[in-house]
Ligand binder design. Structure first.
Ligand code: HEM
Length: 304
């Protein structure tokens, strides 16, 4: 069976995004199924209303609710990992559903978010809604370009989509979402050189440091992992900044054909390498959420 993936997994970076997290009212599972089955139609309708908005969506389901919707389960679907390092502890805050909506127009993103949320009605409760924006040339609010080393072209699919290893869930993707709140007062007090060393990249012109010049604590060092055959392990990131006058940070969002890759990267950041060298970016930001989902192919929804 050919199944098509949800377009929000692969599409290029957008200028506007909305992350909606929901918990399901367990007494209304039939309603949840019916609404999930209708989401491809709702998305198409709003796309027709905003044909130039490059609207993309992905809807994810967590391990908490999966078994009440489907008797078969994606082979690696599990809770977000609990990771305790010397300085930082990452605590899972799993929820039942996520709607990741993105486009080039805030009005289109809002309209689709609102339509999907209203369709669920009382069958869900809203956990959080975070609206994100493109900052300058795709920079995080720490001022560094984010997403540069993302896979490109066809490689985006081979990195992010489940293949024949789990045929029932082919073209789905494992999605990880974390809300990071930055301490920008502390960050902005650091010399540019300290900031650059923290990432292992230059700030203004976004050049990667030579490998020999990268600190073991650099974010790009801690997240550049190799598998047992020496191949680079990759994820596809769609992180974007959020901000109010009170709180600023990053919604970290990544897709992968296996959640193991993301889990290993996060461990390498928080627990460090074999000598306990951790990611110094974590001195300037705090993860307030950590959630894991599976984003099934579109046919899964229509067959509910
Ligand atoms: C690279 C920002 C969290 C995985 C980068 C880069 C920036 C950045 C600016 C360099 C440019 C590029 O995108 O290639 C951030 C911020 C984070 C954060 C501000 C949180 C506050 C994470 C997390 C993971 C992760 C939680 C995975 C567990 C990666 C990977 C790369 C990267 C795989 C590419 C490394 C390379 O190949 O050079 N990040 N990141 N990041 N980040 Fe993050």
């Amino acid at each position: 069976m050919t199944t098509s993936f949800q377009s929000g997994i692969i599409a290029e970076a957008s200028s506007d995004a909305l992350f909606i997290t929901l918990n399901v009212n367990r007494s209304e599972i039939d309603k949840i199924k019916a609404v999930l089955a209708s989401t491809p139609t709702i998305i198409d309708e709003i796309k027709q209303e905003f044909p130039d908005a490059e609207l993309h969506t992905s809807i994810g389901i967590s391990h908490q609710i999966w078994n009440t919707l489907d008797s078969k389960q994606p082979s690696q679907l599990a809770a977000f990992p609990h990771i305790k390092g010397k300085e930082v502890e990452i605590t899972p805050t799993d929820v039942d559903l996520v709607l990741h909506i993105r486009s080039s127009r805030h009005d289109a993103t809002y309209q689709l978010g609102n339509r999907l949320y209203s369709a669920f009605g009382s069958s869900v409760s809203l956990v959080d809604e975070v609206s994100c924006f493109k900052y300058k040339d795709n920079r995080d609010l720490t001022g560094f370009v984010d997403g540069t080393e993302n896979p490109e072209g066809e490689q985006r699919k081979s990195v992010a989509l489940v293949g024949d290893e789990d045929p029932d869930f082919k073209n789905g993707s494992y999605f990880n979402l974390m809300r990071f709140v930055h301490n920008l007062d502390k960050w902005e007090k650091q010399d540019i050189k300290v900031q650059e060393d923290t990432y292992g990249r230059t700030k203004k012109d976004n050049q990667e440091y030579a490998s020999a010049d990268k600190s073991v604590h650099a974010h790009t060092k801690r997240t550049s992992l190799k598998d047992k055959d020496g191949r680079s392990m990759e994820i596809l990131r769609h992180s974007m900044p959020f901000a109010s006058l009170k709180e600023r940070g990053l919604m970290f969002a990544s897709y992968s054909k296996s959640p193991v890759t993301f889990n290993l990267m996060l461990e390498s950041m928080v627990k460090g390498d074999q000598d306990g060298n951790t990611d110094h970016l974590m001195k300037y930001t705090t993860a307030t959420t950590g959630q894991a989902f599976f984003v099934p192919a579109i046919d899964w929804f229509t067959s509910l």
